[in-house]
Ligand binder design. Sequence first.
Ligand code: 5AD
Ligand code: SF4
Length: 469
Amino acid sequence: MKPVSDRAEFAAAKASEPKKLFIKSFGCQMNVYDATRMADVLAPDGYEETAQIEQADLIVLNTCHIREKAAEKVFSELGKLRQLKEERQARGESTRIAVAGCVAQAEGAEILRKQRAVDLVVGPQNYHRLPDLVRESVARPVVDTEFPVEDKFDHLTAPSDEKIRERGVTAFLTVQEGCDKFCTFCVVPYTRGAEVSRPAAKIVAEAEILARAGVREITLLGQNVDAYHGMGEDGAIWSLARLLRRLAQIEGILRLRFTTSHPNDMTDDLIEAFADLPALMPFLHLPVQSGSDAILEAMNRRHSAQDYIRLIEKIRRARPDLALSSDFIVGFPGEADADFKATLDLISEVGFASSFSFKYSPRPGTPGADLPDQVDEAVKTERLYRLQDLVERQRQQFNASLVGQVTPVLFEKPGRHNGQVAGKSPYLQPVQIDGSAELIGRQVPVEIVRCGSNSLFGRLVETGSEGAA
Ligand code: 5AD
Ligand code: SF4
């Protein structure tokens, strides 16, 4: 390093000196994506990511507010971080602690009152301001949970090719944020705000950067992704289907996925995309939450159980190899045994390849929290257990049904043992084969020979002409 003469130069040199950044994400895939964008926006300030939290000069907790347990975790985590900050301080090292994500948005300055070790609270719409906020927080604690008028995506730094390669051959890409649906159990419309779609040209440009650096699979993200209606490259408003068709043309993109969708926004053009876009994977996460019409109504889902079943039939007609996953909530206020049984019946009728299920957690500020007939915790536990037993059996059955079949696998990383390589099936099942690391980044047909409880095991199918499927 060259000698520094005056204070300003010293400060500038210090700003570009490498500093260590540790981001811990909770919750959904959008937080995983946001963590990458936070790392990208801080990189020009000299922040390098570390896997060792004890070495971090800046720790970001990227939080989730969806259920009480997730939100509570943040404060127990912050307690541990305060200790770490004190230990580092004793060694003469300073540590900034930032709380980002949906708890930051929901609780704002309250977080500083609850945990004084926190230096910075930043909501999901303000990540582009992180470098400035971190600098400001040296003098005093800072809170930024405004919904700014400018688009944060216009100000977020693009990752380097090297960084993209480090992150692997699959990537998330946010195309839409926020939600206008107001399901009565859900905090998202309050924490992530109103539904906003990014312009298609920006999404295409980001996807092209990813593809050029070696990304082969992109998962489009949005809290209500199938409601996407962004400005198209031709000036018209594009639907998600139109956007998917455009992204499928990008060289190198072998696979496209999108999550999370609402049944009422599964439009005919999106269903058609499943029929005629081979890059669009035949796997759809379409939360139904409950199989009881009374509960669906109380949840403000605006569709019936039959509407959902008919919709699934329609999508399956378009794409017969489609597999499904869903979210379920048990113990929503007023849920009687018969309502719960209706959910089990729906699960049996539809058949899910995988599922996420939760006990209802009353969230402050949502209408569900004030409803009478809150369900007893023990009843919720018992129902969750029964529901999970059913969906787990369906998952195992689905995994077993692939044995003996040939399925395309996109290889992502070296396998558990030497000489193995690991990837994913179209249905997001982990697949291991004996094969060389040269397969990473390629999609090739694999015969599934065995299934374990979480992974499938297969062997390469000799095709003569190997390459992308
Ligand atoms: N309690 C339990 N589960 C919830 N989810 C959202 N809000 C709540 C809540 N208050 C679940 C829904 C949603 C998933 C992301 O989290 O199933 O689809
Ligand atoms: Fe929450 Fe999804 Fe309902 Fe929006 S559609 S309120 S994000 S559960």
